[in-house]
Design a protein around this ligand. Sequence first.
Ligand code: DX5
Ligand code: ZN
Length: 215
Amino acid sequence: MIQVAPSVLSADFGNLAKDIEMLNGSEADLIHIDVMDGVFVPNISFGFPVIKSIAKVTQKPLDVHLMIVDPQRYVSQVRDCGALIMNVHAEACTHLHRVVQQIKAAGMKAAVTLNPATPVIMLEDIITDLDMVLLMSVNPGFGGQSFIPGTLKKLRQTKKLIEASGSNATIEIDGGVNLETGARLAAAGADILVAGSFVFSSADPAKTIAELRRV
Ligand code: DX5
Ligand code: ZN
């Protein structure tokens, strides 16, 4: 069964506790948290006080996706929020190897994210250090965008790289995930699907999460 990480970017921020309660009672495997700084991506979402508030009302593991420049500045703050996974963009880190070691030294799982235009080969020399690879299937910054089909090829390339290197990294996909794209991603070997608007705009989000886990 594939894992599902609903993105709270599409939740109701005026009533966040209610949406987190829904996730608590759902089959969600992780809660995906999108932090945007208005510099790395053309949008601003929320920061550490909000993540801490979410952590207080859920036992689900937090998967924190930092769409910010120089994310190494915040390793300890992300850890203090209780994050299980810290996702940094390869494009945002000059010294990616050092950042990955810092994340692991802080006791979190290290994940590296690639934008749609960034080739998988960027990860060749760091893949065995990673717990997870996050492939963006939209350009980051907004929920509700359409899935970029070239992600399927990148997913297969990432799988090959992981197998050839003996890495234990899992593969997560983020952007434009629904039952149709989710099924194609599952068939191509994805481990975790992030889904924002598809979950939160559905009539029964908990049921939608359960369906996504069975694509
Ligand atoms: C996009 C974010 C995604 C977003 C996905 O920048 O990283 O996690 O919430 O939203 P959907 O599932 O609506 O494409
Ligand atoms: Zn995300």
